[in-house]
Design a protein around this ligand. Sequence first.
Ligand code: SF4
Length: 138
Amino acid sequence: MEIVIYSNNFQLISQTEKRYLMPANFLDLHIVDYCQLRCKHCYLNKGNSIMPVDMIKNLCIDFLKTKLPLSKQIILSGGDPLLHPNFAEICELVRKLNCGIRLSTNGILIPKYIDIFKKSDGIQVSADGNKRSSQLYS
Ligand code: SF4
């Protein structure tokens, strides 16, 4: 489980499970640390951790209290964030905080959740090339 808070110049200034209240522009929550794929280039130290919904809520609230976010967007990543067992609930709580959702996902489970996404959400899916050989797996 990882919380990544980026400063104005995009340098990592905190990587911890503790709650922090500090100036930040982006909140990138790695809500799970596992994934269905095994990409060769993956930097993830995979495990089986799930960030509790209460922790996600508290982190979002703390982040918004800083009054410094560039925009009210919460980044949900992982692993694959769509594998979080409470993913739909997390999206609901982010919306209740009047924040937009930004996803970093491998895209496999997007069809399962397609009805909960809105046009204003941002979904980033990695593609490493247009040939099968570009998609290398270990
Ligand atoms: S999809 Fe992303 S998280 Fe999953 S193995 Fe590939 S690089 Fe790692």
